[in-house]
Design a protein around this ligand. Structure first.
Ligand SMILES: Nc1ncnc2c1ncn2[C@@H]1O[C@H](COP(=O)(O)OP(=O)(O)O)[C@@H](O)[C@H]1O
Ligand SMILES: [Mg+2]
Length: 483
């Protein structure tokens, strides 16, 4: 099927070719015809002059009565009978036709019926030619020349050839040309169609892929083909589709995880409330315990919902308005002061080391405090007694970045978990915090990563089981670009 663009391209190719070819064909065929006529004229003129020279003597003798007409006839026959399509007539100066090879009684010429004879009589070189119908209405090329004897006009010789014979070879050439023209147009048409298809096929493919994507087939991809620009478009489309697919699958996983995480405390609450309904209320001690459990589950739920809200707000870029120069050294100092008590309680040494004269970074102070908060509390949570948690702020190897590290000598993270620990709700289930507190929501590191990325930075983790974990953050010292 012709798509619209395909048809338009093909037609435009074809019409350009058609106009060019028709103009060229017209000009060429006219030139060919003109050349053929000129050639025939020259040939007949040459023949006419040669014959008229040869006739000079016999005609003069005939007119003087010294010889019969036979001599004239023999001479004419000698010169002209080889030309089988030739019509020849010899006239005397008074117009009387003497010999005619086609008619025994040719009509007497007039200026209207034989203008070439009058032209020949009047012309300096004694010649006239014209293309006109003969007495039978057939188109002829006529050439008339004077027959002279000592500058006296004794008669006229007229030669004629059918016009159709004159142009026959030209007609053949023109026919061949016409065949070539048709072939050329066909080639242009087919070639143009193929070319147009080459152009439109990638667009059709892209449209199909986009439609599939719209219909929910997120795995649909375009096949890069055709001109370079279309291939680039297909690649761009494919990376967009890949991003979309990844995004949607993350979103699905997130919704599934969130529902699951929210359901657990809700189930606990529901069970406790039911138990209270069915008699647990009668035992004040059990009732108090259940109410405490319900209270803490509600706290967990609230914390989780708050964290989810924060996460979506950070991802949406909120907090950017509050960006200002922040001295990370001061934040580290303050954070360590706050966590000192908890660290002491867990018999953990909390230290920090800060390179002086590091430039301030540009960011949201509250969010950056939260980063330190999450990382330090994780480190304390997963480090046994006698361990160390140390913070370090130093220049980064990347220009215009600073490097912040939070290291601990804790239990470490098994390698298979490392690629996932920044995912939302990802927890290493069997690792309950060392200080015996309930496991977190698994959103802490996701929030840290979102904040760091919103600041144009990056976070990575290295860990050895049994030896400890180091989180490394690179943050730019220049304002991040606004997208
Ligand atoms: N410093 C650390 N040492 C060992 N494991 C850690 C450390 N920090 C985080 N983890 C692991 O990564 C998981 C995800 O951490 P996080 O996102 O902060 O969730 P949580 O709410 O459980 O703290 C935790 O469940 C924990 O197992
Ligand atoms: Mg945490």
């Amino acid at each position: 099927m012709f798509s619209s663009l395909n048809r338009r391209l093909t037609l435009s190719h074809l019409s350009v070719a058609l106009i060019t070819v028709v103009v060229m064909f017209t000009v060429a065929s006219r030139a060919i015809l003109r050349a053929a006529i000129e050639q025939a004229e020259n040939r007949i003129e040459d023949l006419a002059f040669a014959t008229s020279n040869a006739l000079e003597d016999p005609l003069e003798k005939f007119i003087e009565g010294e010889a019969s007409l036979t001599n004239v006839q023999v001479t004419v026959a000698h010169w002209l009978t080889k030309e089988d399509d030739l019509h020849y007539t010899i006239f005397l100066t008074d117009g009387t036709p003497l010999i005619d090879n086609l008619s025994p009684t040719p009509p007497h010429p007039t200026e209207q019926t034989a203008p070439e004879l009058y032209d020949a009589l009047e012309s300096d070189i004694g010649e006239g030619d014209i293309i006109r119908p003969n007495e039978q209405g057939e188109e002829y090329l006529y050439v008339a020349v004077q027959i002279l004897h000592e500058d006296h006009i004794m008669g006229l010789l007229r030669l004629g050839v059918p016009y159709s014979n004159v142009i026959a070879p030209a007609q053949r050439t023109i026919n061949i040309l016409l065949g070539l023209v048709i072939l050329l147009l066909l080639t242009v048409g087919v070639g143009g169609w193929l070319l147009a298809r080459n152009l439109t096929a990638p667009i059709t493919d892209l449209t199909t892929s986009a439609q599939k994507l719209t219909a929910g087939h997120l795995e649909a991809r375009a096949t890069p083909s055709g001109p370079q620009e279309f291939q680039q478009l297909a690649h761009a489309f494919n990376s967009m589709a890949a991003r979309l697919q990844e995004h949607v699958s993350n979103l699905r996983a997130f919704v599934a995880n969130a529902s699951h995480e929210l359901r657990t405390p809700l189930t606990t609450i529901k069970l406790r409330v039911e138990a209270l309904h069915h008699g647990a209320m009668d035992d004040p001690q059990t009732a108090r315990r259940f109410l405490k459990e319900i209270d803490s589950e509600i706290d967990r739920l609230t914390a989780m919902v708050n964290e989810l809200l924060d996460l979506s707000q950070i991802d949406a870029g909120s907090g950017r308005d509050a960006y200002a120069p922040v001295d990370l050294a001061i934040l580290i100092e303050e954070a360590c002061e706050i966590f000192e008590i908890r660290a002491q309680k867990n018999k953990i040494q909390l230290t920090y080391q800060v390179d002086p004269k590091l430039p301030a970074i540009f960011g949201n102070e509250e969010q950056l405090r939260r980063v330190l908060d999450n990382l330090i509390s994780n480190a304390i949570k997963h480090t046994p007694k006698g361990g160390t948690v140390s913070l370090r702020l130093k220049p980064s190897e990347k220009p215009n970045f600073v490097c912040l590290q939070v290291s601990d000598t804790g239990r470490g993270i098994p390698a298979r978990h490392l690629p996932h620990i920044f995912e939302r709700f990802y927890r290493i289930e069997h690792t309950r915090p060392i200080d015996g507190r309930s496991p977190g929501s698994g959103l802490g590191l996701a929030i840290v990563q979102s904040i760091i990325e919103a600041h144009g930075g990056e976070i990575r983790v290295e860990s050895t089981v049994g030896q400890g974990t180091t989180f490394t953050i690179e943050l730019p010292t220049l304002p991040p670009p606004r997208f």
